[in-house]
Design a protein around this ligand. Structure first.
Ligand code: DON
Length: 308
C-alpha cells in the first residue's frame, strides 16, 4: 500500500514544486485569479486510509471541468446510454477544451465527446430537474455521496464570475441550439453549468471520488453509488479525453484514467487500487496543472500505476 512509503510523497512534491513557477493561473474566469500559484497538494485514498503529503490538502478549489465526469455519470443514470450518446459523441478531438471548430466542420454538429465544453453543455442540458436549483441539488447530493463529504457546496463567487464572462460557452450553446442538439433557455443552462463547475472540493474529496471510480462504482463501505457500466464508460473517457489535447501524452507518461480542471484540480482513478486528488492551480498551456502532471508522472513511475 502506498501509504507505507513514508516520505516518498513529500519528496516527490518537493521535487515538482519548482514547476509551479512555469505555469499560469486561469485568467478567463476572473475569480480563479485569487488562487495561490505556488500551491501543490496531493491526497491518495486506497479505501482504507487517506495519505497526504506536503501541501495544503484541505485547500478548497472548484471542480471546473472535473464536474464533467460527474454530470456524465448522472445523465447516463438519468436517461441511459442510448439517449446520452445520441446527443454527444465518444471521440477525442485533439482540440483545446473550448474549441468551436469541430461543431461547424462535423455533420451532424453534435459535440464529439462529453469532456470538451460543448459536449459537457449538451450533457448538462440532460440532467433531470424542474429548475436549476433542483438539478444542482441532485448533482450536489451525488458529489456528497461519492466523496462521503456532506458539507460540499458551490462557490457563488466563482459561479457568478464565470457566468458573467462565459461568452464563448454561450456561443457553443447557441450554436448547438440552432442545430437541435440542445433545446431550452441558454441562460438557464449556463446558470446550471457555471454552478456545477463552481462546486468546491479539496484534494481528499477528489481522492475519494476517484476511489469510487477505481472501485467500479462502489464506495469504501461497499455501497454502490454508480453502476459498473457507467463507471467503466466514465473511466474510458478519462483515458481518451480527460486531459484534452494532452490526453495522448498523458496516457504514455502516466497511464492512469484522469480528469483535470482549470482551477488546477486533477482526479485520478487507478483501477482496483486507489483514487488520487491533486491540486496545483498553475496551469500549462493546455489548461492542466503543470506541477500536478509532473507529480503524477513521478508517482506512476515509482509505483508502476500505468494501466498499459
Ligand atoms: O467552461 C469552462 O471553460 C470552465 N468552467 C471549465 C473548463 C475547464 O476546467 C477545462 N479544464 N482544463
Amino acid at each position: 500500500m502506498i501509504c507505507n512509503y513514508g516520505n516518498d510523497l513529500k519528496e516527490m512534491v518537493d521535487q515538482v514544486r519548482i514547476h509551479t513557477k512555469h505555469g499560469k493561473l486561469a485568467d478567463y474566469i476572473p475569480a480563479l485569479m485569487k488562487a495561490n500559484p505556488d500551491d501543490i497538494a496531493i491526497s491518495i485514498f486506497d479505501g482504507q486510509q487517506t495519505c497526504f503529503s506536503e501541501g495544503n490538502h484541505q485547500q478548497l478549489f472548484t471542480l471546473q471541468s472535473i464536474s464533467k465526469i460527474l454530470t456524465l455519470a448522472l445523465a447516463i443514470m438519468d436517461h441511459g446510454e442510448e439517449l446520452v450518446f445520441d446527443k454527444v459523441g465518444m471521440e477525442p478531438t485533439g482540440d483545446p477544451f473550448n474549441s468551436i471548430a469541430k461543431l461547424e466542420s462535423h455533420v451532424p454538429s453534435k459535440p464529439l465527446n462529453p469532456m470538451i465544453n460543448a459536449g459537457a453543455l449538451a450533457v448538462s442540458a440532460l440532467i433531470k430537474g424542474a429548475s436549476t436549483e433542483e438539478k444542482l441539488n441532485r448533482l450536489l447530493i451525488f458529489v456528497r455521496e461519492l466523496s462521503g463529504n456532506d458539507s460540499i457546496t458551490y462557490s457563488k463567487e466563482v459561479a457568478k464570475s464565470e457566468f458573467e464572462t462565459a461568452d464563448l460557452n454561450r456561443s457553443l450553446a447557441y450554436f448547438m441550439k440552432q442545430h437541435q442538439v440542445i433545446s431550452g433557455d441558454i441562460d438557464h443552462l449556463l446558470d446550471f453549468y457555471t454552478k456545477q463547475c463552481a462546486i468546491e472540493v479539496n484534494c481528499n474529496d477528489l481522492a475519494r471520488i476517484g476511489f469510487v471510480l477505481s472501485n467500479n462504482g462502489k464506495d469504501s463501505t461497499g455501497k454502490r453509488i454508480i453502476p459498473v457500466e457507467v463507471s467503466r464508460i466514465v473511466k474510458t473517457f478519462m483515458v481518451t479525453c480527460g486531459m484534452y489535447n494532452a490526453s495522448g501524452e498523458f496516457a504514455i507518461r502516466v497511464g492512469i484514467p484522469a480528469k483535470s480542471g482549470v482551477s488546477g484540480g486533477i482526479v485520478c482513478a487507478v483501477p482496483n487500487k486507489m483514487g488520487i486528488g491533486i491540486y496545483g492551480p498553475a496551469l500549462d498551456r493546455k489548461g492542466n496543472s503543470i506541477a500536478g502532471m509532473r507529480l503524477l508522472e513521478l508517482l506512476s513511475e515509482k509505483y508502476e500505476l500505468s494501466i498499459f
